[in-house]
Ligand binder design. Structure first.
Ligand code: LLP
Length: 445
C-alpha cells in the first residue's frame, strides 16, 4: 500500500482546484464554505489527518509494541478526540481542560498520558480518578505530590519520568525543550535518585518508564537518534545500578511540517521507522527487552490538515511602494507569526489561476499591533473581496488563539467527501460577554 506523508506537502492531501478556479478541500468549495460559515474560518481536512496517522503507524509496523499518542496541545476538541480514537491513537494531554475534553469524549483512560511541568492537585486527582491514565512526572516534588494524592485516593499511579537529554533540534529557541537548561524534565544526573524514590514509594507509584521531548518543528532525524542512545543508556544504568526494570519509552513528538517551499521535513513514516529501528537496535545491543515505544506527534498529525480562510478587506499602497492587504483575522486566530516569526503560504482561494504579480503584497491582520503580519511579501494578485486561504494552520492556531481586541474565535469545520460539519462554533459577541460581571455600584448612574 502506498504511504502518503502529508507533512511534505504545504496543502492538505485533498486540496484541488475546480473549473471556476476555486480551491476545494475535502471535496468542498472553499468559496461556498466561506459563504455558508463566514470568515475567518478554520477548515480541517479529515483525510490529511487520517493519512498522517497512517503514515506514522506504518513506520512502526515492524516494532513489537509501539503506540502513537496524539499531542492534544496542537488542536483538541471533542470531535478531534473521537477521530484520534477511531484512528487507534492514544492522547497526550497537559491540562485539566484537555483531560476533561478527553474524558467527555469517552476517550479510554488507559490511552491517555498526562504531561506538564507544573501539574496541580486538581489535574493529578482528575487523572487518578479516571483510572489508568499515565502521569508523566516532570520533577522530584511533583513525584512526591503524585504519590501523596495516589495514597489519598487509594490508587496506584502509573508514571513515567521526563528527562532532559541535553539534545537540541534546529528550531526556534522558544520551541526547544530538550536542552539542559530547559524548564522541562529532570536533568540526567538526578534520574537515579528520583527513580529510586519512585521505587521506595512503590505502594503508590508504579514506574513504567522514561519520557523525553526535544522540541518542535524539527526536520532531521539526528536529534532523535541521539535521544534513543541516551535513553537506552538510562534504561541500562537504572537496571544495572538499581535493579529497576521499566517497560515504556516515550520519545515525544516534534517532527515538523512544510509551511513553505523552504521546509523539507523528514517523511512521517521514515521518522517513525528510523526511530523504531534505532530503539530495537540499542536495546538489543544492551541486552534489554524492547520497551513499549511511544511517539507523541501533534503538529505532524493535524498541521497540514488545517487551512484558514480569510476575506480580504482594505488594500493600501504606501509611497515607498509597500503594499498591504488586510484580512478579517490575524494574530488572534494565528499567533504563530508574531510569536515565532513563523512563515506561511497563502493563495487566493477564489481565484487560484490569478497570474503571479511583479510586486509582492504583505498580508496583515486586523489587530492593533504592527507585528500582526500573516505573510510578508506574498506574490499574490490579491485584492479587496478576495478569499485568502493560508495553509498549514491546523496545529497551534485554534489552541493558541485569543480573544484579543474582544474578537470571537472563528468557527472550525471538518471536511470530508464533500461534506463540511462544524466541530467548533464561532464565538459570538454574546459569548464574549458570558463571563462579564458588573459590580452593583457601577450600575447606578
Ligand atoms: N510531547 C510533548 C511533551 C510536548 O511538549 C509537545 C509540544 C509535543 C509532544 C508535540 O510536539 P509537536 O509534535 O506538535 O511538535 N506552540 C508551538 C509549539 C509548542 C510545542 C509544545 N510541545 C508552535 O506553534 O510552534
Amino acid at each position: 500500500m502506498q504511504v502518503i506523508s502529508p507533512n511534505l506537502s504545504i496543502r492538505p492531501v485533498s486540496a484541488s482546484v475546480n473549473e471556476d478556479g476555486h480551491l476545494l478541500i475535502g471535496g468542498c468549495d472553499t468559496v461556498q464554505l466561506a459563504e455558508d460559515f463566514g470568515t475567518p474560518l478554520w477548515v480541517l481536512d479529515e483525510r490529511t489527518i487520517r493519512e498522517a496517522a497512517r503514515a506514522i503507524l506504518s513506520g512502526l509496523s515492524n516494532y513489537p509494541d509501539a503506540r502513537v499518542l496524539y499531542a492534544g496541545k496542537a488542536f483538541l476538541c471533542l470531535a478531534m478526540c473521537r477521530l484520534v480514537r477511531q484512528l487507534g491513537l492514544g492522547l497526550d494531554v497537559v491540562s485539566l481542560g484537555e483531560i476533561y475534553t478527553a474524558a467527555r469524549s469517552n476517550f479510554p483512560p488507559e490511552h491517555i498520558y498526562l504531561h506538564g511541568n507544573n501539574k496541580c492537585e486538581e489535574e493529578i486527582t482528575f487523572a487518578l480518578q479516571l483510572g489508568e491514565v499515565k502521569i508523566v512526572v516532570d520533577n522530584d516534588s511533583e513525584l512526591e505530590m503524585v504519590s501523596r494524592l495516589a495514597e489519598r485516593i487509594g490508587r496506584k499511579a502509573k508514571v513515567l519520568l521526563r528527562v532532559t537529554p541535553g539534545v537540541e533540534p534546529d528550531t526556534h529557541h522558544y520551541i526547544r525543550t530538550g536542552q539542559t537548561d530547559s524548564k522541562f524534565g529532570l536533568p540526567l544526573e538526578s534520574l537515579p535518585q528520583v527513580a529510586s524514590r519512585a521505587r521506595e514509594n512503590s505502594r503508590f507509584i508504579e514506574l513504567l518508564g522514561l519520557h523525553c521531548h526535544i522540541g518542535s518543528q524539527a526536520h532531521d532525524i539526528e536529534p532523535y537518534m541521539e535521544i534513543v542512545d541516551i535513553l537506552a543508556e538510562c534504561f541500562l544504568d537504572l537496571r544495572q545500578s538499581l535493579g529497576i526494570e521499566m517497560t515504556q519509552l516515550d520519545l515525544g513528538g516534534g517532527l515538523g511540517i512544510a509551511y513553505t517551499e523552504d521546509d523539507e521535513p523528514l517523511a512521517l513514516n521514515e521518522w517513525s521507522r528510523l526511530i523504531a529501528e534505532a530503539v530495537m537496535d540499542r536495546f538489543t545491543t544492551h541486552n534489554l527487552p524492547c520497551p513499549t515505544l511511544l511517539l507523541e506527534p501533534g503538529r505532524a498529525i493535524v498541521g497540514t490538515a488545517g487551512v484558514t480562510l480569510y476575506r480580504a478587506g482594505h488594500c493600501k499602497e504606501l509611497p515607498g511602494g509597500i503594499r498591504y492587504l488586510a484580512v478579517d483575522g490575524g494574530m488572534a486566530d494565528n499567533p504563530r507569526p508574531v510569536t515565532y516569526q513563523a512563515r506561511y503560504t497563502p493563495v487566493i482561494a477564489s481565484r487560484m489561476h490569478a497570474p503571479r504579480p511583479q510586486i509582492p503584497v504583505t498580508i496583515v491582520g486586523k489587530y492593533c499591533e504592527s507585528g500582526d503580519i500573516i505573510v510578508k511579501d506574498a506574490y499574490l494578485a490579491a485584492t479587496t473581496g478576495d478569499l485568502i486561504a493560508v495553509f498549514g494552520t491546523g496545529a497551534y492556531n485554534y489552541s493558541m488563539a485569543s480573544n484579543y481586541n474582544r474578537t470571537g474565535r472563528p468557527a472550525c469545520v471538518l471536511v470530508a467527501d464533500g461534506r463540511a460539519e462544524i466541530i467548533l462554533e464561532r464565538e459570538s459577541t454574546a459569548d464574549l460577554l458570558r463571563q462579564d460581571r458588573v459590580p452593583a455600584r457601577l450600575l447606578n448612574d
